[in-house]
Design a protein around this ligand. Structure first.
Ligand code: PYC
Length: 318
């Protein structure tokens, strides 16, 4: 049996985060991007053991605090989900801030953390509220037309907010919680269509998050979304990186001005408040995303050597 692995679970607007506090594998140092690559290549069983059944579940996002050699950062962070690593995670960063506060390891104020795609800042505003200042974000392509088999023509923007997104305003779907199955099927078809036509992010990376928007009748929000993540789970929160991609598009279209607040509601009704300001040459913007998180468990995970399923269903020892 391995040593018990201490984790703190939280949820940010309904979306879970599991921060791993002990038993973190030695990833050999270097940049957090390099450490993420080592984690993905050599420690996939560990990833699966933390987030997948029978110990976790498909919507769980895990996070490792790792060393950072960046001069401004005390830690690095690597996020992962049911199928692999994530470039960045906004709801998870909000969960991280609230978890560090719960542990007595964070004062109110700003901290910098190195993610695989750049340094992010988060400001702990109170015990449950965190404001993320995300990596530079931008729209790469506007009004990309696709034909979704079985559904018909649709249009979306390709944008980066720390992950690659396809953002769709016109899709013919009803964004209601009881339609999650249909929304998942539709977004899966969109994702397959993008891959089939080699529609990718600027650096050739897969667009692995699909984000649908609709009007909302909630007076506290400006829009409602549904976000399908790479492991075919939907984001219960409004998605921090997805909301960053959204405000990048809104700023580019002049729908919001620099610093103007956009309130993004998720499919479960939770809300992030976001805004963005331009960088010097207006090629990128810096998004700010504010949300709340709550700790749900302070637990020890046990991996027993005799348990064939200790690394997750479908995962073997090797
Ligand atoms: O909040 O950025 C986010 C996120 C990505 C995947 C799930 N949540």
């Amino acid at each position: 049996m391995s040593e018990p692995i201490r984790v703190i679970d939280s949820h940010t607007g309904g979306e879970p985060t599991r921060i791993v506090l002990s038993g973190v594998p030695d990833l050999g140092g270097g940049s957090v991007l390099e450490q993420m690559q080592v984690f993905g290549e050599r420690f996939d069983n560990f990833r699966s053991a933390i987030v997948n059944e029978p110990r976790g579940w498909d919507a769980m996002v895990g996070a490792l605090l790792v060393p950072s050699d960046h001069p401004e950062c005390e830690h690095g962070i690597i996020f992962f989900n049911n199928v692999g690593t994530l470039w960045m995670c906004g709801h998870g960063t909000i969960g991280l801030g609230v978890t560090l506060r719960y542990l007595g390891q964070a004062d109110l104020g700003i901290q910098k953390v190195e993610s695989p795609v750049g340094v992010i800042e988060f400001e702990l505003l109170d015990d449950h509220t965190v404001q993320l200042i995300n990596v530079p974000s931008y729209r790469y392509r506007k009004d990309v037309e696709i034909d979704v088999p079985g559904y018909g023509p649709a249009t979306g923007d390709i944008a980066w907010g720390g992950n690659w997104f396809f953002l769709m305003k016109e899709h013919g779907q009803q964004l209601e919680l009881e339609n999650v199955r249909q929304l998942t099927a539709y977004c899966t078809s969109v994702s397959e269509t993008l891959a089939r036509h080699n529609l990718v992010g600027e650096d050739g990376k897969a667009i692995d998050h699909i984000e649908l928007f609709a009007e909302t009748d909630n007076p506290e929000a400006d829009s409602k979304n549904f976000v399908l993540c790479p492991g075919l789970q939907y984001d219960r929160s409004p998605c921090g990186t997805g909301t960053s991609a959204k405000v990048a598009c809104l700023l580019a279209d002049g729908v919001i001005g620099p610093g103007e607040i956009w309130r993004q509601e998720s499919i479960v009704g939770s809300i992030f408040e976001a805004s963005a300001v331009w960088n010097d040459d207006k090629s990128r913007c810096i998004p700010t995303v504010r949300g709340t998180a709550f700790v749900t468990a302070d637990a020890q995970l046990i991996l027993q050597g005799e348990d064939d399923l200790r690394f997750g269903i479908g995962k073997s020892d090797s």
